[in-house]
Design a protein around this ligand. Structure first.
Ligand code: PLP
Length: 379
């Protein structure tokens, strides 16, 4: 079966991990700092703070910003459920807004309609790496005095108006789970230009301890630290950061491989009436963490039948993003009206896309999709 995705790792990651194991600095050490520096430099953010995963990064960004009990945070329902769970576990209430029908990311007009006196933040998701309309949301958030947080879990390397996602000044949270374009095995990162937020996140991730591990272990004098706030253990280890450092060096190569595969899919499918690929706005570049399309009325098969038949043909296709409001975990908000999100979710298919796909693999995917999804229109 052609996999949906495959992490791109090699000897360099093994060597980097071995270096950490030989150094005895297994957590909160120099590799972690190097990964943070590399990520800040790449995105153009003033600060990058590494955490255990993206879910905890989103949750602690809210907590560090004083957004918790009684607060409403507007987010999409069409997202990986971690977005909403992070809001819930910060003590706030996720308020679902609908998405744009082409881009499948938050619709700024619908976000505006859902603002109440209790709204404190908007959490926008860059859907499978496709940048959302951040400037429109930033303008809205500035006018309404709301914090804009980017759930950039899937968006390392994506560009919005020529600038890497994460460099917009407001907090953006990334994931390094193996299903992302670069991985650390597990891991998360918050980028921000707000020095106060970065300091607070560093405290929260390490039990609220006033002195970092690095300082405690590297000075000879006795250190008398204290716990200044009630923190968490949300640390990323240096073993994970060691992988992340090498992956940062691979990022451009990975993007240079992924984007042309997406472009081949795009041009092959552009005249097929049975499917509608995700729209990439002119001023954005997705990292193509996933390649997704919607089935249309002209498709002879239902979405589920199409996924089954693709898998029967050895293509590891999957249905796409679910809607949180229709999951049992959010049954209490099931009646909210989100017609675009539901429609997009019900018709979405994901196709294999990974570094190292051969021309034969790509041709198999294209030919099988075209043969199953129906006739193409003449150009
Ligand atoms: C949009 C989105 N947000 C958050 C997450 C959570 O990331 P992590 O697994 O690093 O906690 C994911 C993971 O797939 C995601 O896709």
């Amino acid at each position: 079966m052609l996999p949906l995705d495959r992490p791109f790792t090699g000897r360099e990651e093994v060597d980097s991990v071995a270096e950490v194991l030989g150094s005895h600095w297994l957590t909160q050490g120099p590799k972690l700092e190097a990964f943070e520096r590399a990520f800040a430099a790449y995105t153009g953010a003033a600060h990058a703070v590494a955490l255990g995963n993206c879910t905890v990064a989103l949750q602690l960004t809210l907590t560090a910003s004083g957004i918790g009990h009684g607060a409403e945070v507007i987010c999409p329902s069409l997202t990986y459920i971690a977005t909403c769970n992070a809001i819930f576990h910060a003590g706030a209430v996720p308020v679902f807004a609908d998405v744009d029908p082409e881009r499948w990311t938050l619709d700024p007009a619908d976000v505006e309609r859902r603002i109440t006196p209790d709204t404190r933040a908007v959490m926008v998701v860059h859907q499978m790496g496709m940048p959302a309309d951040v400037d429109a949301l930033r303008t809205l958030c500035t006018q309404k005095h709301l914090l804009l947080i980017e759930d950039a879990a899937c968006a390392a390397g994506s560009l919005y108006r020529g600038r890497p996602i994460g460099g917009g000044g407001n907090p953006a949270c990334f994931s390094f789970h193996p299903r992302k374009v670069i991985t650390a095995g597990e891991g998360g990162m918050v980028t921000t230009d707000d020095a106060g937020l970065a300091t607070q996140l560093r405290l929260l991730r390490h039990h609220g301890m006033s002195v970092s591990d690095r300082v405690r272990f590297e000075v000879d004098a006795a250190v008398f630290d204290e716990h200044v706030i009630r923190g968490f253990n949300a640390r990323m280890s240096d073993v994970h950061a060691a992988i992340g450092c090498v992956q940062m060096e691979r990022l451009e190569t990975i993007l240079t491989e992924r984007r042309p595969i997406a472009a081949l899919y795009h041009s092959a499918f552009s005249h097929c009436r049975g499917i509608l690929p995700q729209y990439e706005p002119q001023d954005c570049a997705s990292n193509y963490q996933s390649y997704a399309f919607l089935t249309t009325k002209a498709c002879p098969l239902s979405r589920d039948e199409l996924v089954r038949k693709l898998r029967d043909a050895g293509i590891g296709a999957r249905r796409g993003i679910l809607t949180a409001h229709r999951e049992p975990a959010y049954a209490d908000v099931r009646r909210v009206s989100l017609p675009v999100s539901e429609d997009v979710s019900d018709r979405m298919v994901l196709l294999p896309l990974f570094v190292g796909m051969t021309e034969k693999d790509i041709a198999l995917v294209i030919d099988t999709v075209l043969s199953l999804a129906g006739a193409t229109v003449a150009v």
